[in-house]
Design a protein around this ligand. Sequence first.
Ligand code: BGC
Length: 916
Amino acid sequence: MKKLILFLLALICTISVYGIEVNNLRTDTRINPLGLDNIHPSLSWMINGTGRNIMQTAYQIMVATSPEKLAMGDADLWNSGKVESDQSIYISYNGTALKSGQQCFWKVKVWSNKGETKWSSVSKWSMGLLEKSDWKGEWIGLAKLFSGDTIAAHSRLSARYLRKEFISPQKIKRATIYIIGLGMYELYINGEKVGNQELAPSPTDFSKDVRYNTFDVTESLKKGKNAIAVVLGNGRYFYMRQGFNQSKEKLPKMLFQLEVEYADGNRTSIISDRSWKITTDGPIRSNNEYDGEEYDARKELKGWQVAGYNDSQWLSAEQVTAPCNNISSQLNENMIVQEVIKPKSITRLQNGKYILDMGQNMAGWLKLKANGKAGDTISLRFAETLKADGSLFTDNLRRAQQTDKYIMKGGNWEEWQPTFVYHGFRYVEIMGYSGVPAIDNFEGKVIYDGFKTIGSFECSDSLLNVIYRNACRTIRNNFKGMPIDCPQRDERDPWLGDWATTSIGASYTFDHQRLFAKWLDDIQFAQRASGQLPDIAPEPGWTAFKDNMTWPGTYLLIGNMLLTRFGNKDVIVKHYPSMKKWLWYMKGKYLKDNILIKDRFGDWCVPPESPELIHSQDSTRQTSGELISTAYFYHFLQMMYSFAAISGNNSDISECQTLASQVRTAFNRKFFNANTHQYANNTVTANLLPLAFDLVDKGEEDLVFNRMIDRIINQDKCHISTGLIGCQWLMRELTKRGRVDIAWQIATQTDYPGWGYMVKNGATTVWELWNGNTADPTMNSQNHVMLLGDLIAWMYGDLAGLKPAEGCPGFQKLRMEPHIPGNLTSVTAYTETPYGQAKSDWVINNGQFIWNVVVPVNTRANLLLPAASLDDIRLNGRPVQEMEGVKFMGTERERISVEVGSGIYKFICKYHQFQH
Ligand code: BGC
């Protein structure tokens, strides 16, 4: 009997809190299973075993109120008993009702076809404050402006400093803090910062939904005097976007609760109330996400975070209005410092200013070290590019000033970094630095959501590797507690369309599932009673409700991504009613003769005909808005059948199917030209969407595809000609239909337009516009994810061959079919699936295809090998036919198809080259 090692990987709450690993003793900062407010949290685990073809056959979960009870087998909260099942992710807790603040300890045991595990080691989670009445404190802050605060085009607001001391009469057994600090907070206990989060909490639409963070602070408190200190910044609460609505009602505020349990069982709560002291007269004089932070070190409040500080000059906190009634636990990770970057160079300009080059376009901030006199002011101005004379180019930042100011206290070396702002930049202009600044005086901090990197991709083509790295940089730069459009100009908004498909590619590299689950909530909160959805969520209160299929429809696409990539069915159940409501709202308002007539953005940002243009003026480059919206409407109806089945809304299925078939007929009648076998004006997007969404009648598919290929080869000369819509489907569809060679050429062109063109022009991130080096700066960010489309999903899914098999969400079965275009001779890639790491590593050497594959335990994989016959394949040195557990499935697409269970494999075969 094989011995299995069991890893308790995940404790996943219904909106997906990824869990904890215990047996391998990894300290896992991405996971904070504290403060769950779902009374049926989901449990997941990962089985790690040596040997092949291991499948779980049963499991048993035990949950107890203490580790001691659990050790004795006393599962006083839940004992699932032995359940015959292969399910190892998203098992819903089904025990005794859980209470606010309760701690739950759990373990699991697994049976498999190859033997059973021991009990896993113990993992735990804690419940949050489940009822509104559990919150005993009041919202506190100061409902007025102070000297230096202004509400204007470039608003300034000083940070709010709050403090409270209390005495603990005895040893503390357990202490938990629940905090909401709006727009952002920093929390200290006895002088130490609590947690490693930055710019917390994640932004939501605070008028509808606020989320608290939970911290276990048992170790930070002591018997005797303790001090709690909080700094409040503006974030998106005191909304500081230049020229947009700001209101005094939205001054920073806080709701706080510390629950203390003493060794003798007594309890007490320290809450936010008017006994807290507050001042605005501290060092952070202004903090504005777009304009920057100003810090006067001469005003530092020495010792204010520890007990004994004299706060008699401070004001008493005021009770202020609650932002909204809806309070829940934040289950997605806060942002953290993810990487520290050393600048590449520093250059002195003629005017005495210095320009620091970080070597890459990044989002975060700069930490500085300086030595000077009290009152010296160092100013740091941030931008993405330089002018020809080497000075900063800031036109594309529009009204965002992106400038930090540090006023020195004088004396020794001083170090500083901002607290409540971030910038999008590669270059920093330094002014007022006393002496000559050197590279070593600065550090770039890359800030984004604290999830793990879970994948990597590398291949034999150095250009594609650079494109991949640029893509990853761009993606991470735009994770800011919500997925945003760009991190630099006066925008930084979570536009839905930008992430529709890029989120799939990103999911291979980043464990972003909790962020996107939270984003679905943001979208749901933004929905109007009519069903209408915005183009931006959280909805910023301007221009966002304009109705179209493509941006709001990202709601369904992200749900589908979470289902397919992470196996999260819970989000589908939760959001199905709102998804349907929106689709039916659009149908009711805009479906005329089965054509969806409302569109807003078209195929946004196709490559324009001239270098300066933002949007093409040439109608032959643009695709009909009605074609796009009707094709997407059809696609969403199809998606709804499967969502209806998953969420138990089976009665909706036939209604969706009937409507879909009517829409299909109308679509083809209106847009298809049977003589030329093309759709509408024959743009790539016009033909691609019907192909990708299964709108084309069977006999016509190849003909339409050939029309599209003709256009790409003859007119586009194998360059990209689509905007944000087309590029979401292009690479995968070309590959699926046998033309990976064309996809490859498009991906690797270095002249205009293409991703390689960006690289050739020095890009370290992906541009908003295909002509981002020459176009008008009024809409021209250098750090935008939207044009990535399905490029990264294609690299992992089609070049490496790592894809979930059709109908097997969460990679419970893999479909591995590596494609080998152009002069590509090797790919090595892996990604963490919910079951464990899946890997594909292939190389072509001396006419042999050598393929190392890892299939996670409790999954299976269908592998398609580029071999002419089964006889040409050897596995771990032996003819594949002799190997137990490898099932020959026949020939598919000229490849040899085999099915294997979990394990590590090395296949070698005579490389059979296909035409495409
Ligand atoms: C944003 C885009 C967004 C678009 C929609 C732009 O300003 O930066 O990424 O999707 O507007 O109109």
